[in-house]
Design a protein around this ligand. Structure first.
Ligand SMILES: *Cc1c(COP(=O)(O)O)cnc(C)c1O
Length: 408
């Protein structure tokens, strides 16, 4: 909104200023901008790639109400059902009532509530690292970690299927960046052999459990290569923590509080020196408001539940394996199973067919996954009951037959 410019006489009070009226309801409308947006949207529509928000209310456990209809959700990353666990909710409520809704500033200014130190100690202990740093989200953690550790003159090698925020972090870093073939240590080795010598430092980036494929990285093999070539390794454990145990621990272990922990936020576990450096240098930590204390309290309570109830943590993988066995798919390696369909429109049609049968299984399309690999992403939770899993498998078999598509 523009400030009306007053003539000097107005300031002297000689002529009362006429208040300016904004008759147009949207003074910010700008035709070429809207034309640009509409043009882009038409392209997305034509390719089946437009994304839309659907009002979805989680109704407890794996229940949801989608566009007003009840469904059983297989699309949630709350793998252990902890977002609604009574102990987690109580911890969040108590922190909310005692400390308020927001943390009020960057953690380096006034936003560093003592709950963060407690949470960081618990995360570091869980990972067997010296220290940890909690970020506003997993996305923010990846945006901050990589540019603080690598830059011009360095080499970054990243799994080609790495999460969008890992790629975003590498772009901000400005180092020479090469993708290695998905879960292919031989290709990684070849790239290290060819490129490592010319670089000051090298950083390898991968996910422990791939978010859209559900398969696991050969972390131990990657760490062995890293040791040989003096490269650092960052592992994104967003879908591992609390659900699948690590085969090996990387010097840089990041993840999120928003999936199995049922809360919100992100973290990095590493040595004390690395954490102290990131505290000063990760821009997405320094220049953003600290998490609400209630989110930290919820995550702490969730870590305690996971430690106390190992049978809960074992359930999502067991259910995923029950599902893959029933469908004759390769055995699940994590709590999530992709059902590859191919084209975006086919994945959307399959998702709609399942929704009509009472199951929420969201279609995943490019650019989240490579072109031609649109899929359903089926996520299992400790809160699912075995009959729900079997019913989904049967509904999927029917829907696939109807669409004359076959799972790959
Ligand atoms: C979800 C996810 C993130 C982002 O975590 P948020 O806390 O949701 O921002 C990062 N990496 C991977 C692999 C993820 O799946």
């Amino acid at each position: 909104m523009r400030h009306p410019v007053r003539a000097p006489a107005d300031r002297a009070g000689l002529t009362p200023p006429t208040p300016r009226r904004h008759s147009a309801p949207m003074p910010s409308a700008f035709p070429s901008l809207d034309a640009f947006a509409r043009d882009k949207l038409a392209g997305l529509d034509a390719a089946g790639l437009r994304r839309r928000l659907v009002p979805t209310r989680r109704t407890g456990g794996v229940g949801a109400e989608r566009a007003g209809r009840p469904v059983v959700s297989f699309s949630c990353n709350d793998y252990l059902g902890l977002a609604t666990h009574p102990a987690v909710v109580a911890a969040a409520r108590e922190a909310l009532e005692r400390y308020g809704a927001g943390s009020g500033g960057s953690r380096l200014v006034t936003g560093n509530h003592p709950l963060f130190a407690e949470l960081e100690a618990a995360l570091a202990a869980r990972k067997g690292h010296e220290a940890a740093l909690v970020f506003g989200s997993g996305y923010l953690a990846n945006l901050g970690i990589t540019p603080a550790l690598a830059g011009a003159g360095d080499l970054i090698l990243i799994d080609e299927l790495g999460h969008s925020c890992m790629w975003a972090g590498t772009r901000l870093a400005g180092a020479r960046t090469l993708a290695f073939r998905h879960n292919d240590p031989a290709h990684l080795e070849a790239l290290l052999a060819r490129e490592r010598g010319a670089a000051r430092h090298a950083l390898i980036i991968t996910e422990r459990v791939f978010s859209m494929d559900g398969d696991r990285a050969p972390v131990a093999d990657i760490l062995a290569l890293a040791a040989r070539f003096d490269a650092w390794t960052l592992v994104d454990d967003a879908h591992g923590l609390g659900v699948v145990g690590p085969d090996a621990t990387a010097p840089l272990e990041m993840g999120t509080l928003s999936k199995a922990l049922g809360s919100y936020g992100g973290y990095l576990c590493a040595s004390r020196a690395v954490i102290d450096l990131l505290t000063s240098r990760a821009r997405s930590f320094v220049y953003t408001t600290g998490l609400p204390p209630a989110s930290a309290a919820a995550a702490l309570a969730a870590l305690a539940v996971i430690a106390a109830e190992p049978e809960r943590a074992a359930r999502p993988l067991a259910l995923a394996r029950r599902f893959t066995a029933r469908l004759g798919l390769p055995e699940a390696e994590s709590a999530m199973v992709p059902v590859q369909v191919g084209e975006a429109e086919a994945a959307l049609a399959l998702s709609r067919a399942l929704e009509a049968r009472g199951f929420l299984v969201v279609a995943i399309r490019p650019p989240t996954v490579p072109p031609g690999t649109a899929r359903l992403r089926v996520a299992f939770s400790a809160a699912h009951a075995e009959p729900e899993v079997d019913a989904l498998a049967d509904a999927l078999t029917d829907a696939l037959a109807d669409l004359r598509a076959v799972p790959q």
